[in-house]
Design a protein around this ligand. Structure first.
Ligand SMILES: Cc1ncc(COP(=O)(O)O)c(C=O)c1O
Length: 320
């Protein structure tokens, strides 16, 4: 049983992590017993793919809701195929393992679930073919990943990878060096997040979030052919804008200066949830506070993920 404490120390956190039940290469064990060797291929060459799934604890209902779990495992299977790996378990089996793990850990707070498929060979040699895979699922408590009350962004000097260089629509571990460079540059320069452009100078996305702008009551987002990750939250947002807010959504290439003149800009992702951007490169976005479209979407998203909306069952799976 995972302990919860109001202000745990680093030692408490480490102990809690070590005692967390994980799935590791076909068995359930505690985190501290799930070890990989120093020569593991995925560690050296970034030959792995992963997912990030959130589960939300609804205290009134004493229930945990996992958000869009099957969708994440389906995307992971696609990522695996691109990397010449195979996810041998069906999506249903993966979902069942995940639900069992949450129950075994007894979490009663918001958590983040991380399935990881990686090349497990302990050999030297850069390639994808003829290498065995390892597979793990672990989970950890997680509050907000980025501030949801309005963040500042910089347009990164790092360009988002192009699909001709590495697969942009697969969540490959190795390509996250691109996101890490952009995120650290932004934070170390005093901003909250980075916005990355494509190699041809068009707006792609945040370091780990898809991007939307609002101009004249129209919601715009880069198309999936503009080197973005095909985000699962992005699909939810498009649906909510069209069906609930009744505003048009246009997927089209976005120029950098459109960011500066937009009425609203927001980022979205499983980790980031829905995060309004209130300044970009020291220019105020809209009124400098989260705009009406961003706020309405944040409210709807928050209601759905906590299982409080009539439509929640289309999005979430109860655990207990
Ligand atoms: C690079 C990148 N873009 C976008 C997203 C948002 O994707 P999703 O909504 O599927 O979490 C993520 C999050 O995983 C990401 O890492």
């Amino acid at each position: 049983m995972v302990q919860t404490a109001s202000s745990p120390t680093a030692a408490d956190e480490a102990q809690r992590r070590d005692q967390t039940w994980v799935y590791f290469n076909g068995r359930t064990c505690q985190y501290a017993d799930a070890k990989v060797g120093l020569m593991t291929h995925g560690l050296h060459y970034g030959t792995g793919c992963f997912e990030g799934i959130r589960a939300y604890w609804n205290a009134e209902q004493e229930q945990m809701f996992v958000l869009l779990m099957a969708e994440h495992y389906d995307r992971m299977r696609q990522s695996a195929g691109v990397l010449r790996m195979s996810l041998d378990l069906s999506t249903k089996e993966l979902c069942d393992i995940t639900l069992d793990l949450i129950r075994k850990n007894g979490f009663r707070e918001n958590i983040y679930i991380r399935p990881l498929l990686y090349k497990s060979s302990e050999i030297i040699g850069v390639r994808l073919h003829d290498l065995p895979d390892g597979f793990a699922i672990y989970m950890t408590p997680m509050a907000d990943y980025v501030d949801t009350n309005g963040i500042s962004c910089m347009v990164s000097s790092w360009r988002r990878i192009d699909d001709t260089m590495a697969p942009v629509r697969a969540k490959c571990t190795g390509v996250y060096i691109n996101s890490a460079l952009a995120k650290s540059e932004a934070v170390e320069n005093g901003f909250d997040e980075a916005i990355m452009l494509s190699t041809d100078g068009h707006v792609c996305e945040g370091s780990a979030e898809n991007l939307f702008i609002v101009r004249n009551d129209t919601v715009l987002t880069p198309p999936v052919t503009d080197n973005i990750l095909e985000g699962i939250t992005r699909r939810v947002v498009i649906r909510l804008v069209q069906e609930d807010l009744k505003l048009p959504v246009i997927e089209r290439t976005i120029d950098k200066t459109e960011l500066y003149i937009a009425d609203e800009v927001f980022l979205c992702g499983t980790g980031a949830q829905l995060s309004p951007v209130v300044s970009i490169d020291h220019r105020t976005v809209g009124s400098g506070t989260p705009g009406p479209v961003s706020k309405a979407l944040q409210d709807m998203y928050g209601t759905i993920v906590y299982g409080r909306d009539a439509r929640s069952k289309e999005y979430v799976t109860p655990v207990y």
